[in-house]
Design a protein around this ligand. Structure first.
Ligand SMILES: [Zn+2]
Length: 59
């Protein structure tokens, strides 16, 4: 299981994004950011993805 803490990604939010694979958790994270934090697809830049990837934990 891969997880990303939304708070560590810079949001004031206790949500933990989960996924089976790195790809999965990135996709779920993008969906969460768009749905809950009002981000657009354009806001999710390669730089941001790179940063978020560094926050992924394997459990
Ligand atoms: Zn969140």
């Amino acid at each position: 299981m891969k997880t990303i803490s939304c708070r560590e990604a810079g949001f004031d939010c206790d949500h933990v994004v989960k996924g089976e694979t790195e790809e999965d958790v990135m996709k779920n994270g993008a969906e969460h950011a768009m749905k809950v934090h009002g981000m657009n697809e354009e806001d999710i830049t390669p730089e941001l993805k790179q940063k978020i990837k560094g926050l992924i934990r394997t459990t």
